[in-house]
Ligand binder design. Structure first.
Ligand code: KQY
Length: 368
């Protein structure tokens, strides 16, 4: 039975570690939804397999799959990936999986947030999300993690980044959007983040990545590479709609200090030079349900190299077959001198609306 802790992480001395801290493992969810993964998800399944295979070499890898897809996942994935049967509506483990917190003595617990498909009745992306909303608790129960239940507070893991040392960064565009917690003020939302993530300071960037259907999650525009150091999605093209969005983030970061009083080292990471847009062939491969947000030919996707995932020893970086691909590799090589950068072609993920960080969720290692 799932053990719900009747308290909050802050009161109990728990905090959300940085993603760059040691992991026990990673959770992913096998791609299946026809409104996200085109042509039966053939290519998506291949790229998810590639990512899980890489991560599984360096930490425990859990792949959640529906009963219907269990055998396909089992047959495609290496033996060292644990395939777990859990029903779901889609594959965004960052948003539907638990967020983990850790105490000084090394105990790890999970948080369950309410998930409403990025905006519920207001501007959510699909009409029914009840299976996704159960994923976090089901995983915590199966693997015996104690749970802080933050429901009915609505939040996705992609909308927060923690440095593990008291600072969390979010975007106003997402956390203050009408489809999340419209009855809560900015101050009340910030208080919730402090209570559940055990942080002392929340930094609000105004915006995220242009046309990001999550209402501009932080994890597509900015990531911590270590405490005090971030990478920021950037363009030098003043005519690009991303320019003002990135500039507003840069202006905040240039003036702000983190919870420990440090100014930020900001590494700019150019977005793909050529906008990544839906093709006719891609559009024809989707099967949308009633009430689901549909893609259009020519629609610009929120493609950003910042949506990378830090695993033990490696960083998995999305690539778009673009002239800026290699620049992104170089930025990460500088930011992570002790990790191997693993570039993976990720067009087959971004057509679903997110990227490598959005489909992964880290579980911190227990112990000191
Ligand atoms: O970016 C994410 N964290 C999720 C993207 C969801 C897209 C749904 N089509």
């Amino acid at each position: 039975m799932l053990k719900i802790i009747d308290s909050t992480p802050a009161v109990d001395g728990f905090r959300m570690p940085g993603e760059f801290e040691k992991h026990h493992g990673t959770i992913m969810v096998w791609p299946e939804r026809p409104g996200s993964w085109i042509y039966g998800g053939k290519k998506a399944k291949e790229v998810f397999t590639k990512i899980a295979t890489e991560i599984g070499k360096t930490e425990k890898m859990y792949m959640l799959a529906s009963k219907k897809e269990y055998n396909t996942a089992r047959n495609m994935l290496p033996d060292y990936v644990e395939v777990v049967e859990i029903e779901n509506d889609d594959s965004w483990a960052r948003d539907t999986g638990p967020t983990f917190v850790k105490s000084e003595d090394g105990t790890v617990r999970g948080i369950n947030w309410t998930f409403n498909a990025w905006g519920g009745e207001f501007d959510g992306l699909y009409a029914s999300w009840d299976k996704d909303d159960r994923v976090a608790k089901t995983f915590l129960e199966l693997y015996d993690y104690e749970c802080y239940d933050a429901a009915p507070f609505v939040l996705e893991g992609g909308s927060i980044h923690s440095d593990g040392e008291g600072t969390v960064i979010v975007t106003e565009a997402c956390l203050l959007s009408k489809g999340r917690n419209p009855k809560l003020s900015k101050e009340a939302i910030e208080a919730k983040l402090k209570e559940y993530l055990g942080c002392e300071k929340v930094i609000w960037l105004p915006r995220g990545i242009y046309n990001d259907e999550t209402n501009e999650h932080i994890d597509n525009v900015l990531a911590f590479t270590r405490p005090g150091e971030v990478v920021l999605a950037w363009t030098n093209d003043k005519k690009d709609p991303q320019y003002e969005l990135s500039k507003s983030a840069y202006d905040v970061l240039s003036k702000e200090k983190d919870a420990k009083g440090r100014s930020f080292v900001v590494r700019k990471m150019l977005i793909p030079k050529k906008p990544v847009c839906i093709t006719e062939h891609e559009k024809a491969g989707f099967l949308f349900e009633e009430g689901e947000d549909e893609r259009e030919v020519g629609e610009r996707l929120a493609a950003s190299y910042v949506n990378f995932y830090i695993a033990n020893d490696i960083v998995i970086l999305p690539q778009f077959d673009d002239e800026n691909d290699l620049l992104a590799v170089k930025v990460l090589e500088e930011a992570f001198p002790d990790r191997r950068i693993v570039p993976i072609y990720a067009r087959d993920i971004i057509v679903g609306g997110g990227n490598i960080h959005c489909i992964t969720q880290q579980i911190p290692a227990s112990g000191k």
